[in-house]
Design a protein. Sequence first.
Length: 368
Amino acid sequence: MKLLFVIARYFPFSGLQNDFLRSAEAAADRGHEVTCLVGSWEGERPANLEIVTAPLPGTGEADDLDALEGAFRTLTRERKFDRTAAFELIPGMDFYFAGFDCLGSDPEHADPRILAREKAVFSPDSSTYIFYLVTPQINAFFGVYGTQPKRFLRLPPGMNPAFGRVPDPEAARADKRAELGLRDGERLCVTAARDLILKGADRVLTAFAQLPPERRSRLRLFFTGYDGRERCEALASELGIADRVVFDCGRPDLPELLCAADCLVHPARREAAGSILIEAVASGLPVVCTDVCGFQDIVLASGGHVLNEPLSDGALAAELDYLAGISDDGLRYWREQVAAYARGPADFYRRADVLVNFLQSRGPGASA
């Protein structure tokens, strides 16, 4: 089949973008002819994908989506595709990957133009199939728009196979901790996100600053991300904790970094699913997250901790204090508990394959 995948921007080290690339490559590996329509592409360009670039104005998300939709309409007039799949809100696609929560659940805080796009995609008058990740998503979209249940197609958790498959995790842990200059007994907390503020990095900094100096001396904070980085750096300086904090952009060595860490701290304000959570669990890394995260059930099942939203004062500080105070044996047991869950029946690697199965069995001319 000839397949078209659409996303505004592709860049490494982001959950939605990784889902886009893995799905496109999985389809190409099955012999399908795959075209990717993007506004921009950062990083390596796979040889088995045709990448068509449509420059975006960069004057705002709504303007960019208008431009991307225009490029989609032009391309599909010029060429015939058997299936079209969008990772952005573009009406008229055969499939939409719902990587975000329902905007219509909180319309006062949504851009009206993007909200109109969501309404068009999820309307009962639309025929677009919806890839969704967790049950709260389908409940929200159905409640707001009355979307027909048969149009929702659930995908299993999905992640980069590199996580959890580091050849020698203990050696990678020792090497990376030495590279980062960590002392024996010093605990490393990692927060990894494209949008640091949305995923709660400022909350981590504020909570850390509440700890007594002796507790802070046992913890190091490592943030890897892009959006909101300068704001977080300024906050760390303002709080007087900059000497205990490291900021970096997206890292190709994230699997090894997670091996080196002692906890993934992810107090997100909004998180439809959270691929980084299962990447951490697959790496044997304990997780602390908020209950807005779609994969909170996996965090709980693996022995991690889930905090209630709205996040109460001191709740996250208590988690950091616990990590600073836990014994080496206690921390080792916690990590082993997570690793044992990751070795169990949990399936973290089939999302792209299941998505391609749906592309082959649904859509124009296929029997549902």
